[in-house]
Design a protein around this ligand. Sequence first.
Ligand code: NAD
Ligand code: UFG
Length: 360
Amino acid sequence: MQLRLSAAGRVLVTGGAGYIGSHTVLQLLLEGCSVVVVDNLDNSSEVAVQRVAELAGEFRKNLTFHKIDIRDKEALEEVFASTKFDAVIHFAGLKAVGESVQKPLLYYKNNLIGTITLLEVMAVHRCKKLVFSSSATVYGWPKDLPCTEESSLSAMNPYGRTKLMIEDICRDMHHADSEWKIMLLRYFNPVGAHPSGDIGEDPRGIPNNLMPLVQQVAVGRRPALTVFGNDYLTKDGTGVRDYIHVVDLAEGHIAALKKLFEDPKIGCEVYNLGTGKGTSVLEMVAAFEKASGKKIPLVFAGRRPGDAEVLFASTSKAEKELNWKAKYGIEEMCRDQWNWASKNPWGYESPDTANGGVTK
Ligand code: NAD
Ligand code: UFG
């Protein structure tokens, strides 16, 4: 499989200090790209950017960071005025499903206004190549599996609705002006960490997702994992998801950029990035216990509102058109997640500053 970019470009990465962003920035640097990261550090730490620079070795000279909120049009203008970008990878956004139900305006304001501001500034500076972080959440509770890019779409919460709306905005942009070349990447469930164990997932506050919670139980920051629902019609009653190693996901972005740079026929395209395999909560916990040698105590609770029963991807479109396929399985995902967790039990912070701990 050949993913390498033939022409390394100058890439703006919004949200590049975050979990998926930091792993992707590292891959971009190793490809020889010049990368400018803008992030307001709302859900991340600048230490992640410093670690990426260290991992990039000689390529670190090609990395610049600006602490900017993408809704700040003037600040974004300055960044675009100082560099002519070949493309933008847009990760910046809020992503906590439950919080989006409680605070819908926060999500609409951040994710929609942020994206619209970015698109406006891109248009002014004639940078019209975009890779956008969409999500498998747009499939709602799917009727048929695996989810293909043609499956019906529905939003189960305001967060999901922002993803659907931004996808539509992107399609409209391309429709109005065919110079816009856009890749909408629907991620399934990213987990794991860079094999160095130096960068990984470190959300601020109480995590929402399964694996950061499992990890915090393993390092003693939480007493037990709450399993949401064991009465689903699945192999063991727990929810099934398509977990994908974050390094595979980062490589998926390189493949998408390559397509953007090299295929003149690109319009506004959508691709699933997953492995095509479904894994239950209990299977994932067992894999993590094996990788870490730690027991994860479980507490069974009712279903979490808005959760789908089973979600996994059809990967054939990305395989065929992006020439990209995930390489890692859940064993490697758990191995690398544990490596990160054991080296950084408090993430990028110390026990005193980490705000997700049970001691706080
Ligand atoms: P993350 O929270 O680690 O990263 C997002 C980054 O965006 C953070 O560093 C945050 O500080 C920054 N940010 C948020 N709003 C901003 C703003 N207005 N201006 C500047 N920076 C801002 O999340 P992630 O897991 O790396 O997710 C990246 C993207 O992928 C998000 O758009 C998310 O919705 C999407 N996504 C994530 C998942 C997942 O499970 N992690 C699944 C599907 C899609
Ligand atoms: N789960 C638990 N206990 C927890 C957390 C999660 O049992 O404490 C279960 C969930 O019920 C689900 C599975 O673990 O069955 C995965 O849940 P996550 O919260 O990790 O992931 P989701 O599939 O619910 O959603 C995630 C992101 C969304 C993204 C979606 C893409 O939160 O932003 O993946 O599929 F859109």
